[in-house]
Design a protein around this ligand. Sequence first.
Ligand SMILES: Nc1ncnc2c1ncn2[C@@H]1O[C@H](COP(=O)(O)OP(=O)(O)OP(=O)(O)O)[C@@H](O)[C@H]1O
Ligand SMILES: [Mg+2]
Length: 330
Amino acid sequence: MIFGKKYEKLLKVIYIDLTTSIHEIETLLKKLQFMHTKEKILSINRPGEGNMNVVIRVITNQRSFILKQSRPFVQKYPEIKAPIERITVEKVFFEAIKNESINNYFPEVLLYDEQEKLIIQEDIVNSNDMIELYDNKILRKGDLIKVVKILKGVHSTNINMDYPLNLELRKLNYEHIFIIPFLKENIVESEIKSISNSIINDIELLNTVKIASKRYLEKGDCLLHGDYYPGSWLKNDNDEIFIIDPEFSFVGLKEFDIGVLCAHLIMITGKLTYIDTVVNSYARAMDIKLMSQFTGIEIIRRILGVAKLPMTRSIKEKKNLLDIARRLII
Ligand SMILES: Nc1ncnc2c1ncn2[C@@H]1O[C@H](COP(=O)(O)OP(=O)(O)OP(=O)(O)O)[C@@H](O)[C@H]1O
Ligand SMILES: [Mg+2]
């Protein structure tokens, strides 16, 4: 162990973001022996939307790559504390799937540095996240089958007993999924106030949500992605799909991931039938009741909770979604 002010400073994380000079980033990456002495950074940019971490695309005279660094808080909302170890969880996830066939659907990890809380990933070039699905409202059958197949592959991954519990981040998620959306003090549009009231005053429904919430915190037997929605799916110019951002991963109940997936498919299309499509395409036994409850809860939290989606829906559509959600839970 080393002590003293000088060493404390040396051990400090060097936080970088888009305002950091190219020179400083280059110095850090050369110190980490990731960049060669002759390699020069030409520019940096923001590869896409994200709230939790700092994510930067670095373009050098030889290649491009993605830098991701975590903080002890949510990057976009510094007042919300979040465990800095989430970057380690992301690294462990990528390690866990390395020998699985689905590994090809994830960016390669090029470097992980524990001290700097930094992961460097392959740049999935000419890609965008699939958030635009909420506006297009159309999901190609082939894409749906692919995302289900990839999720099934994640769930079938061989995992070590010591996979991180990721409990602190899950507790943050737990609050946002199972608690906050059901609080009476939430401000909702007046037109959906009545259906929202009928949800948050329904004792039976709240009890079911409570039981499901405990199951989210339970230890299961499947590796979960933990945040499986279009914001974690990238599509490139060749129409290939890649999955990113497994910082919420843990070993849990597969019904959670599947339920969240179904919720987003229903929000994209407005159609409940997507549950059957997913279940058929997943083609493995699951607790349909629990999965449907997670689906309903995810829909509610995206409409009534804090983490809303970049989707515009009419009052009628929102009411329809909330009604579907309520029926799925009870
Ligand atoms: N390997 C990659 N290749 C290309 N683009 C990427 C890659 N990783 C991330 N991006 C882009 O950067 C965005 C943010 O990345 P990511 O979702 O990992 O960050 P985050 O801070 O964890 O976001 P969130 O707040 O949604 O959890 C992505 O939506 C995507 O557009
Ligand atoms: Mg993330």
